[in-house]
Design a protein around this ligand. Structure first.
Ligand SMILES: Cc1cc2nc3c(=O)[nH]c(=O)nc-3n(C[C@H](O)[C@H](O)[C@H](O)COP(=O)(O)OP(=O)(O)OC[C@H]3O[C@@H](n4cnc5c(N)ncnc54)[C@H](O)[C@@H]3O)c2cc1C
Length: 430
C-alpha cells in the first residue's frame, strides 16, 4: 500500500489565477501559513492591464473615466455584485497593496488614482483600464498627447498588425505611422511567436540588431510602439537598452493571448510568493474535499486525468478561487451548472435555454456570465437559505455570482478586491 503524505497548513488557496495569486499575496503579507494549488489559469492570457471598473451598464456600454464613480453607480444598480460587499476604502487598500506587491516583484504598474487610463489594444481599439504595466505606459502618454509615433510589426508575426492599429487610430491620431520589418534575430523560421521573440531580445546582440533595423525609419517620431516582446525575465533592462540605442521612448502594445505580459505576470508572482514562503503545488488539482469532524478540511491532491490521490492537505480554512468554466471552478453539465469540489449551490438561470442570448453579440451579455457562487459579507459561499455553508470556506474572483468581469471591464480589480476581503475574513477565524 502506498504511503500518502499529508501536509498541514492554516490556509489553502485553490487557484493560481489572478484571484488565487492575489489571495496568496495578501496571506503572505499577513504571515499566514499557506499552501496554494492550481493548474494553468487565465493569467497567461491576460493583456497585463489591471481593470478595476470600466463599463456600466453593460447594455449601453457606458465607459467611465473615474472607476470609483463607476463602482458607486454599479453597486446602486446591482447590490448583489461582489463589489457591493466591499467598502470603497477596502477596494482601494486592496489595489494599493497589490500594486505594491507588483513593484516588489519588479513589475511596476503606472496609474492615476482616481482615473482610468486610455490604452491601445492589440486590434487598435482604445480601452479604459486602471493600472498599466510600466512597459506600456509611454503608449498611454503618446495616445493622450497624439504626438508623432511609429508603430512597428514584423514579417511572420501573426495577429499583430501595425497598419491595422494605425488605421484604427489615425482619425483621432494623425501623427501615428506603421512600419513592417523583418525581425533580425530568430533564424530562418517564417512564423514568429511573441514568446520566442521576447526571449531572443534578452540577448544584447539581438537588441542592437533590432535597433539598427528600426533606426533608419524613425524620422520625427517621438515614441515607438512595439508588440509586447521586450523580454520575459528582464523587461526593464531590455526596454531601457533599446531606448538608449534609439534615443526615443518605447512602449509595448499587448498581443493577442497567450501574451508575453501574461507570462511575465505569472512568473513574477510565482517568484515573489516563493520568496514569501507560500508553498505552491503547481499543476495539480484538488480532486476531493471533505470536511472533517474537527472542522478542518481534508483535501486530496492529484492529476486531473488520473484522479488518483498523490498527497493530502489538512487545512484550517480554504479560499476557493477556482474561476468559472475556463479554470474549471464551475462545471456546466447538460442541464445544470455545478460547483464540483464542495458541491456548493450555484446561482444560475432557471432553465438551460436561458444561458445564452440568441444573438452571441447581444449587448446585454449572456446570463451564464453572471452565474457563480453567492456569498455573505465575509465572502463565504451561502446555501439556499443565505447561510454560510462552512464558516471556514471562502470564495474569491470570477467564481462569484452577479458579475460579468469581461463585459464590465473589472477582471483584475474583482479578483484583487475579493481576494483581499476573503483573506481578511479568514484572519478572523484564527
Ligand atoms: C483572454 C483574457 C484576457 C484578459 N484580459 C484582462 C485585462 O485586460 N484586464 C484585466 O483586468 N484582466 C484580464 N484578464 C484576467 C482576468 O482578470 C482573470 O483571469 C479573470 O478575472 C479570472 O481570474 P480567476 O483567478 O478568478 O480565475 P482563473 O484565471 O480561471 O483561475 C482559476 C484557477 O483555479 C484553479 N482551479 C480550479 N479548480 C481547481 C481544483 N479543483 N483544484 C486546483 N485548482 C483549481 C485553476 O487551475 C486556475 O488556476 C483576462 C483574462 C483572459 C482569459
Amino acid at each position: 500500500m502506498t504511503n500518502i503524505k499529508t501536509n498541514h497548513c492554516k490556509l489553502t488557496i485553490i487557484g493560481t489565477g489572478m484571484a488565487g495569486m492575489a489571495a496568496a499575496c495578501f496571506a503572505s503579507q499577513n504571515k499566514i501559513d499557506t499552501i496554494q494549488i492550481g493548474v494553468n489559469s487565465g493569467i497567461i492570457y491576460s493583456s497585463g492591464f489591471f481593470d478595476l471598473m470600466g463599463i456600466h451598464p453593460i447594455d449601453t456600454q457606458l465607459s467611465w473615466n473615474n472607476p470609483w464613480q463607476a463602482i458607486d453607480q454599479l453597486v446602486t444598480d446591482n447590490p448583489k455584485h461582489p463589489y457591493a460587499r466591499l467598502r470603497k476604502t477596502e477596494i482601494e487598500t486592496a489595489m494599493t497593496q497589490f500594486l505594491d506587491f507588483m513593484k516588489a516583484a519588479e513589475r511596476p504598474y503606472m496609474f492615476n488614482k482616481n482615473q482610468n487610463t486610455e490604452v491601445i489594444t492589440p486590434v487598435g481599439t482604445v480601452k479604459r483600464t486602471y493600472a498599466v504595466p510600466r512597459s506600456m505606459w509611454a503608449g498611454a502618454v503618446a495616445l493622450k498627447e497624439r504626438h508623432s509615433c511609429l508603430i512597428v510589426d514584423f514579417v511572420g508575426l501573426k495577429a499583430f498588425s501595425a497598419k491595422q492599429i494605425a488605421d484604427m487610430l489615425m482619425p483621432r491620431w494623425p501623427k501615428i505611422r506603421p512600419l513592417r520589418i523583418s525581425f533580425p534575430s530568430v533564424g530562418a523560421s517564417s512564423d514568429l511567436y511573441p514568446e520566442q521573440m521576447a526571449r531572443s531580445l534578452e540577448v544584447e546582440e539581438n537588441r542592437i540588431k533590432l535597433a539598427d533595423a528600426i533606426r533608419p525609419h524613425l524620422a520625427d517620431a517621438k515614441s515607438l510602439g512595439l508588440p509586447a516582446i521586450l523580454g520575459i525575465y528582464k523587461p526593464r533592462q531590455v526596454r531601457n537598452h533599446l531606448e538608449e540605442l534609439l534615443g526615443i521612448d518605447i512602449f509595448e502594445i499587448p498581443t493577442i493571448p497567450p501574451s508575453v505580459p501574461g507570462i511575465r505576470l505569472k512568473e513574477a508572482l510565482e517568484g515573489f510568493l516563493a520568496g514569501k514562503g507560500v508553498r505552491l503545488i503547481p499543476q495539480k488539482r484538488v480532486l476531493f474535499a471533505e470536511r472533517q469532524n474537527n472542522g478542518k478540511f481534508a483535501l486530496s491532491i492529484g492529476d486531473q486525468g488520473s484522479n488518483k490521490t498523490e498527497q493530502k492537505i489538512e487545512t484550517d480554512g480554504v479560499i476557493l478561487a477556482g474561476g468559472r468554466f475556463l479554470g474549471m471552478g464551475l462545471y456546466a453539465g447538460r442541464k445544470k451548472i455545478r460547483e464540483p469540489l464542495f458541491n456548493l449551490p450555484v446561482f444560475q438561470p432557471e432553465d438551460r435555454a436561458l444561458w445564452h442570448q440568441t444573438d452571441f453579440f447581444d449587448p446585454k451579455g449572456h446570463q451564464i456570465s453572471q452565474a457563480g457562487l453567492e456569498i455573505d459579507d465575509s465572502f463565504r459561499p451561502t446555501d439556499l437559505a443565505g447561510q454560510p455553508v462552512y464558516e471556514n470556506l471562502f470564495a474569491a474572483g470570477s467564481i462569484l455570482a452577479h458579475q460579468d468581469w469581461m463585459r464590465q471591464k473589472c477582471g483584475a480589480g474583482l479578483c484583487i478586491a475579493t481576494a483581499y476581503k476573503a483573506v481578511e475574513a479568514f484572519k478572523k477565524t484564527l
